[in-house]
Design a protein around this ligand. Sequence first.
Ligand code: HEM
Length: 316
Amino acid sequence: MPLPNDEKLLALSNDLLKQFETIFGEHPGFRPAHAKGTMLTGTFTPSSSAASLSRAPHILRSSTPITVRFSNSTGLPLIPDNDPNASPHGLAIRFHLAEHTHTDIISHSTDGFPTHTGEEFLEFLRAVAASGPSAAHPTPIETFLGTHPAALAFVQAAKPNPSSFARESYFGVSAMRFTNREGVRRYGRYRIIPEAGNDFLDDAAAAARSANYLFDEIAERVAKGPIKFRILVQLANAGDATDDATIHWPEDRTQLELGTLSLTKPVADNAHEQQHIIFDPIPRVDGIEPSDDPLLELRAAVYLISGRRRRSAPEQ
Ligand code: HEM
């Protein structure tokens, strides 16, 4: 995938990457966000209703190999799993369609995002960076949150520690536009729901866990048997905003069952693969297109620039 030529977009991408580095420090070879991760492989099996939504290859085939990466939030490669800033967790999924052909879903464990645009997200990160313990009140982040209700809602959203990466739900946040074989188009948002159910720890239980408890647990769990998630798509009704990740759609919207992920083993040579793989927020497959959410095109550039830097760093 080539980088876009849009200079404004590239400048914003670079400014965002610089801002992550200011906040979390430089960790060559690691992601500036969602740095601590682990990868597993498995398969995706579409449901019988999936083809009514999309004609994408992995929806029409009986099953497709997948690679997923679970991650902690922040650009800190060693963030303890029980640190409150480790949430939202990430779940990135790659569907392998053919050699060098794939499509991805990137999701995280909070249903929402602090800002509508990348410019605002940069402002948010700059305000975070300028609001250290010595900053006078109101701090820049207090001021930002006071004037950006969606960011306040995101920051205040409960982000409890799960007992396992396999026991929380993940959200695609930005809408996609799905097209089926008849050419019918619908907007929807991914929700990835654990078959084992959501399960969260209270603060005391989380504090008592080890700094690596989520990563140790997922390795033990997958050794015992497949880990399953259902992928649902929350469908927009006419009139629902499809270009703004900060706007929730009402919970009464239809949730179409897209299929099941079954994760069966860890990726061999995990650190190397994590350093190499670059997930793409834009699907780039017939049958699923990005919506007009401005975060998508920007993130595609940011992740590609970041991923290329990561690949060229010394092997971790
Ligand atoms: C302007 C908005 C955003 C910016 C600037 C941003 C920035 C980043 C960066 C720099 C990375 C590391 C990329 C790499 O090196 O491969 C990353 C990874 C990630 N982001 Fe975002 N992000 C944004 C929005 C989101 C949203 C809305 C979600 C939720 C769906 C999200 C979820 C993730 C996840 C799960 C990863 C890890 C992917 C992996 O495992 O490789 N991000 N983000």
